[in-house]
Ligand binder design. Structure first.
Ligand code: NAP
Length: 444
């Protein structure tokens, strides 16, 4: 593996890379099937990814049709790796077993270890039969929508395909490995002004936010819309904030510290609510929704922007959902992609139907949406929100921090890259956006 890594760092040609033999085994961050009950009986917050996410030596996956082997130079952590490593709400080995029942190619994924990771920037090493658009040596970022499009359902929107899966979560052979297996239709050109770890930190969360707010398939924000964004310096929230600013909307950003509020002001956000300082508690001690608190929250938003939100960007779930429905304007939209604090939500439906609001479910993004979001980065309209980077061996520490909300923005992981800052191709372009790229580094 060392020879391949070195060749990439020295910018060897695609032909040279294709000639280098692949090793039989590689390093990979995995959870082990033998450990799925290791946290049984513990509350969620005590389940520690540092006990369950290991870096093991595992075999290289065999390449199939329309697939590509890439060498991730960097990856980034997503909340899905937290879920996988604490085996909640279900063990991801169930996904792999199901995939394993779907024929010979699916069977490759059903192993006693699960290689995690749904974001990568790296270099194509090998292409399988049928791949025509990519070749060894191409520098790529990867989006995580894995589909085969064999059935009719996904041909208008691949997220509706019956085979749709999140790579590195519902499939094996994710990005936290020396070599990773992806479908050719997951690849996108790496933005030329970014380092490996910056480019790797975009994919999953950025495309998710793009679909929720910008694309045709969810809330379709327009200029002037007031958008309430929970967790506005988190992974999806940090990109949501940028898409709203970039698209002429008015973000009202909710965060939990002054430090985070300061970073948001630094990127041009006028309206920030510090939920900790305000002490909002939208449920009483019995877990019942507290509408006086929600009214107080809604009043705060009106004081800031003079109207109720057209769109609420929702993902914390149980603790905020009732408030999100309550504060959205008459006819407004609550767009949700997650339930971090609990997926059973209670809200008063009268506030929804009497005020003609709508709730939209959204999940990752199709290839076109991911591509368009990636293009905005290449154009310098949207920037990475990377705050810190760990080597592969410490990926579990990053997952721990994410689980306990100790981070901001994205946590990168160096895989093939020996240090941060490598991989930039266009220094002049980088210079133009250096200030914006550096904003989230304030958290380091
Ligand atoms: P993240 O980086 O941890 O950010 C989440 C943010 O939410 C935190 O920074 C925190 O900000 C805020 N938050 C956490 N708990 C909260 C609570 N109880 N009330 C209010 N705010 C809270 O995670 P992420 O990558 O943005 O992902 C967020 C969620 O979306 C996860 O559940 C993830 O699995 C999901 N997700 C889903 C998809 C999809 O395709 N369906 C894609 C990406 C992510 P403050 O503490 O500053 O308020």
């Amino acid at each position: 593996m060392e020879a391949i890594r070195q060749a990439i760092l020295e910018e060897a040609s695609g032909e040279e890379l294709a000639r280098l033999p692949l090793p039989d085994t590689m390093r990979a961050a995995v959870v082990r099937k033998s450990e799925i009950d290791v946290f049984d009986g513990l509350p969620s917050e005590e389940k520690d990814p540092r006990r369950s996410l290991h870096v093991d030596e595992v075999p290289i996956p065999p390449l199939g049709p329309n697939e590509v082997l890439i060498a991730p130079m960097a990856s980034a952590l997503n909340y899905n790796t937290v879920w996988t490593s604490i085996f909640e709400p279900v063990s991801t080995f169930g996904f792999l077993e199901k995939l394993g029942r779907e024929g010979e190619l699916g069977a490759r994924h059903d192993l006693d270890h699960h290689i995690v990771g749904s974001d990568a920037a790296g270099v194509v090493l090998r292409t399988g039969p049928g791949v025509t658009q990519w070749k060894p040596g191409d520098r790529v970022t990867v989006h995580c929508n894995s589909v085969d499009l064999e059935g009719p359902e996904g041909h208008e929107d691949s997220m509706l395909d019956r085979s749709q899966r999140i790579w590195g979560f519902e499939t094996n052979f994710g990005a936290l490995a020396d070599i990773s297996l992806v479908r050719a239709n997951q690849l996108m050109p790496m933005p030329t002004h970014l380092s490996w770890e910056e480019a790797a930190s975009l994919g999953l969360v950025m495309a998710t936010s793009y679909r929720m707010l910008v694309g045709e398939n969810a809330a379709r924000m327009k200029q002037g819309d007031v958008v309430l964004i929970w967790g506005a310096t988190g992974g999806i929230g940090g990109f949501a904030t940028q898409f709203v600013l970039n698209g002429g909307g008015i973000p009202v950003c909710v965060v939990s510290s002054e430090e985070k509020a300061k970073v948001l002001r630094g990127i041009g956000v006028e309206h920030v609510i510090d939920r900790k300082a305000e002490g909002y508690r939208f449920h009483d001690e019995h877990g019942r929704p507290d509408y006086a608190e929600m009214r107080r929250f809604g009043k705060k938003i009106r004081e800031l922007v003079g109207r109720d939100p057209d769109i609420v960007f929702e993902h914390p779930g149980r603790t905020t959902f009732a408030a999100s429905v309550f504060v959205a304007r008459r006819g407004g939209t609550i767009v949700t992609c997650a339930s971090t604090s609990g997926f059973l939500h209670e809200y008063d439906n009268r506030y929804l139907w009497m005020h003609l609001k709508r709730i939209l479910g959204s999940h990752f993004a199709n290839y076109h949406e991911a591509w368009e979001a990636n293009r905005l980065v290449d154009l310098g309209r949207i920037h990475p929100i990377l705050s810190k980077t760990y080597p592969l061996e410490q990926a579990a520490q990053g997952a721990y921090e994410m689980h306990h909300n100790l981070h901001a923005g994205k946590i990168g992981v160096l895989v093939g890259a020996p240090e941060e800052g490598l991989g930039v191709r266009d220094q002049e372009k980088r210079g133009r956006f250096a200030e914006q790229i550096a904003v989230f580094r304030a958290f380091e």
